[in-house]
Design a protein around this ligand. Structure first.
Ligand code: ZN
Length: 304
């Protein structure tokens, strides 16, 4: 009896060790690794692009876009460089800068990506900024906005994919599609994602960053900045970034992925450019005066 108890204890201990080892060995991004991306089961790409354009029109009603040509072309250049190395190279990508001090960026669908001036102000180099844009591109590659619309349809809480597609294909007037697009925006359906969708966007983003020739350490630094700022200035965060997994977890996942799949990519590639400094110092004063400059990010710690 005593022996049996001892044996049971030993086997429980061994099992725990196996689990711990398995958990430690598991890269959280493995489940995304062989995924293939397409519009199958969602809207056709053509309809997605039409809806995205309509959503943009609705967004303009309540969002102030930056008109500064230098700032716009700088963000667009980074975005196009990344998009041309993404898994969706065949759609026209549009990158816009929103005049808003909240530290935020978001993507809707069909290639539309938005970056807040507050986010640009919080970064200290171009690779960090590019990592956020890469993450947003990842949401559009992963069809995360479309997936949310599909889910809402299942729960019957919103006119879903079929209705939207029907409206577009049925040649509804702009006002009709506008109403649908407005509903999608108001409900936040295009930008609020599951934590797993956020992880997938981080996964797609860090690989996109590397393919575009950026230093992947920029993404880890960005999470460290977000981590620091979320503690010191939580009111600077848009609700969207707050719904992501904790920045510390995102940093750890990224470090792990770099070590497992792209070793050395955090020691090469573009990190800083002179244009970054020039653009950052010309941000609208509303952003500059209200944003705290974050401390220099700590050096990336490696796993032993
Ligand atoms: Zn996200």
């Amino acid at each position: 009896m005593i022996l049996k108890t001892w044996q049971r204890a030993l086997s429980v201990a061994l099992f725990s060790m196996i689990i711990v080892t398995a958990v430690a060995a598991q890269n959280p991004y493995d489940k995304f690794r062989n995924r293939e991306y397409s519009n199958q089961g969602y809207l056709s790409q053509e309809d997605e692009l039409k809806l995205a354009a309509q959503v943009h029109q609705e967004l303009l009603k309540e969002t102030r876009l930056v008109q500064d040509r230098n700032l716009n072309s700088y963000i667009n250049n980074i975005g196009q460089k990344l998009a041309s190395q993404s898994e969706r190279r065949d759609i026209p990508w549009k990158f816009h800068v929103v005049d808003d001090k909240a530290i935020n960026a978001f993507a809707t669908l069909g290639g539309y990506v938005y970056v807040h001036t507050g986010l640009i102000a919080a970064t200290t180099n171009e690779a960090q900024l590019a990592s956020v844009i890469g993450h947003e591109i990842g949401h559009i590659v992963g069809r995360h906005g479309l997936e949310n619309v599909k889910k809402q349809q299942k729960f019957g809480t919103l006119a879903g994919i079929a209705t939207v597609a029907g409206a577009i294909l049925g040649g509804q007037t702009g006002a009709g599609i506008g109403q649908l697009a407005g509903g999608l925006l108001a409900g936040g359906y295009l930008m609020k994602h599951s934590r797993d969708a956020e992880r997938e966007a981080d996964f797609l983003g860090v690989h996109n960053l590397e393919r575009a020739g950026y230093n992947t350490g920029g993404m880890v630094e960005m999470f460290e900045i977000l981590n620091q700022l979320s503690q010191s200035n939580p009111n600077l965060f848009g609700s969207i970034l707050a719904s992501h997994p904790p920045a510390s977890e995102r940093a750890a996942n990224t470090v792990r992925e770099i070590e497992d799949q792209m070793r050395g990519s955090d020691a090469r590639g573009t990190k800083q450019t002179t244009t970054f400094g020039r653009v950052k110092s010309s941000l609208p004063t509303t952003t500059q005066s209200t944003t705290t400059t974050p401390a220099t990010p700590r050096k990336v710690r490696r796993r032993p």
